[in-house]
Design a binder for this molecule. Sequence first.
Ligand code: IDP
Ligand code: MG
Length: 136
Amino acid sequence: MSNIERTLSIIKPDAVERNLEDDIKKIFIDNGFKISKLKKVKLEKSEAEKFYKVHETKPFYNDLCLYLSSGPIVVMIIEKDNAVLDNRELMGATNPKEAKDGTLRKKFGISIDKNSVHGSDSIENAKIEIDFFFKD
Ligand code: IDP
Ligand code: MG
């Protein structure tokens, strides 16, 4: 049974700055994802605050929003069977130091905040996050 899902991936400022966009896109494609929409944007801090609202009570919220809005990001809708979970697996743990070999964060992440990629954590949040960036 086919179970095509869509999820949101973001190449964060640290990775865009290091010109890793093409390397990361190739890894998604090599792992069976189709990149169905892509745009490069730079968020205002207020937009990052809205995107990360779920984290607003966390001590790192302000730094996180400053960081996400610090430079251009590449936002993608990626799709495949079980895209949400498969993307989380391919990304690796939030802290690159704990990420498994072969994951994007192990390969490219610098630190827990500069961890190179974002990915939606559930089908429900994927829909919300896709709408956030791509709703007409
Ligand atoms: P995720 O990106 O793996 O889903 P979340 O817990 O949703 O991780 O956190 C969102 C982002 O906030 C992380 O990607 C990371 O950049 C940052 N973050 C999470 N925990 C910490 C922390 O303890 N210190 C600093 N930044 C953090
Ligand atoms: Mg998350």
